[in-house]
Design a protein around this ligand. Structure first.
Ligand SMILES: Nc1ncnc2c1ncn2[C@@H]1O[C@H](COP(=O)(O)OP(=O)(O)OP(=O)(O)O)[C@@H](O)[C@H]1O
Ligand SMILES: [Mg+2]
Length: 334
């Protein structure tokens, strides 16, 4: 392995997100996709971010990298990565260098981020050159190691074009790209959705193994509480662009405080018992009218709703031991 990789420090980097707001400008008005998020991502841990479709997970992930695409716009906040600075205010060149080198990212539906006209191996070299990697031979060696670990025929994959690979293979290639420059913070947005159950389990095992070997700080985004429960040290629950609850995975699974989290856990068959006892969460995620309203975003679906829940938004508060929740019941209004 090249010295330039070996020489790098092994201190895991944390990320501090403060008052982050991102909205999408649409003809119907601005959609607040991430609304005042405060979150510290612990160094060296796997943090799972979970929530239904549209809850703002991908937008949060892209804001972490400062790559929110139009019509999205970061309205306010800061995203401080240890040793790098605030991703939202550092200069363009530092940000470009941070991408890949310090922050690895697997986009949702990662198959789309590959260049269809170039072989995978050529794209690894492109990535290396764009980051001034001197030893490109060592870089290819690392790419091969990673692909091999993920059960792929590395030589064949590097010679392939995107269209020659299956969805599952592309997803693993996406993970290789996120890791090949030895990034210390890795963000995986639904890294296994295109995979069957068996490949999903093996890719997640590999993510865990690489996370441990390299002392990574890993952010794993999923709509599947089961995936997060298996892999993550900490869980963050998003709802309607806001944080509903967070804590250690063990604590959150054993004692979910937010009625939304309780619903998500009941919906995992493996944890709630036999398949016919898994209860899908009734109702729909909040629409834009609900996002603008004063009350709790979950009030319309909440089985434990109180009168106050329709009137004001609960604040996201610490309840000790690294746990936070936004719920009036927990805050003692009942
Ligand atoms: N390009 C866009 N234009 C307008 N609105 C958008 C755009 N992208 C996302 N949104 C809106 O922002 C909100 C958050 O979307 P986001 O993709 O971050 O959610 P998600 O939690 O990642 O969902 P999924 O589980 O489906 O990936 C949604 O209400 C979505 O409709
Ligand atoms: Mg998403």
């Amino acid at each position: 392995m090249a010295a330039e990789f070996e020489a790098r420090d092994f201190h895991a980097r944390g990320v501090q997100i403060r008052n982050l707001r991102v909205s999408y400008q649409t003809p119907q008005g601005d959609i607040p996709a991430v609304n005042g998020v405060n979150l510290s991502i612990a160094p060296g841990k796997i943090t799972g971010i979970i929530g239904e479709s549209g809850s703002g997970k991908s937008t949060l992930a892209m804001a972490l990298m400062n790559t929110v695409p139009r019509p999205g716009r970061i309205i306010s906040g800061s995203v401080v990565v240890d040793g790098i600075g605030d991703m939202l205010t550092i200069d363009k060149e530092s940000r470009r260098r941070a991408h890949g080198r310090h922050l690895g990212f697997v986009f949702q539906a990662s198959q789309n981020s590959l260049n269809p006209l170039r072989r995978i191996g050529a794209q690894v070299l492109d990535l290396g050159r764009s980051h001034n990697v001197k030893d490109l031979r060592a870089l290819i060696k690392r790419a091969k190691e990673l692909l091999g670990k993920m059960g792929l025929n590395a030589d064949r994959v590097l010679l392939s074009y995107q269209h020659e690979l299956s969805g599952g293979m592309r997803q693993r290639v996406g993970i290789m790209f996120a890791l090949v420059l030895d990034a210390r913070v890795v963000i995986l947005d639904e890294p296994t959705t295109a995979l069957d159950m068996l490949s999903q389990a093996s890719v997640l095992q590999i993510v865990r193994q690489i996370h441990q070997e390299r002392h990574l700080t890993t952010v794993l985004i999923s709509h599947d509480m089961g995936v997060v429960a298996d892999l993550a040290d900490n869980v963050v629950v998003m709802y309607g662009g806001e944080l509903a609850e967070q804590g250690s995975t063990e604590e959150v699974l054993a004692h979910p405080l937010h009625p939304y989290t309780q619903g998500l856990i009941k919906a995992i068959p493996r944890i709630s018992g036999p398949l016919d006892q898994a209860v899908a969460l009734p109702g729909l995620p909040p629409d834009s009218a609900a996002l603008m309203a004063h009350g709790c975003l979950f009030a319309g679906r909440c089985p434990k709703r109180l009168p106050v829940c329709g009137e004001s938004r609960p604040t996201y508060e610490s309840v000790g031991q690294g746990r936070y929740v936004a719920c009036f019941r927990v805050a003692g209004h009942d």
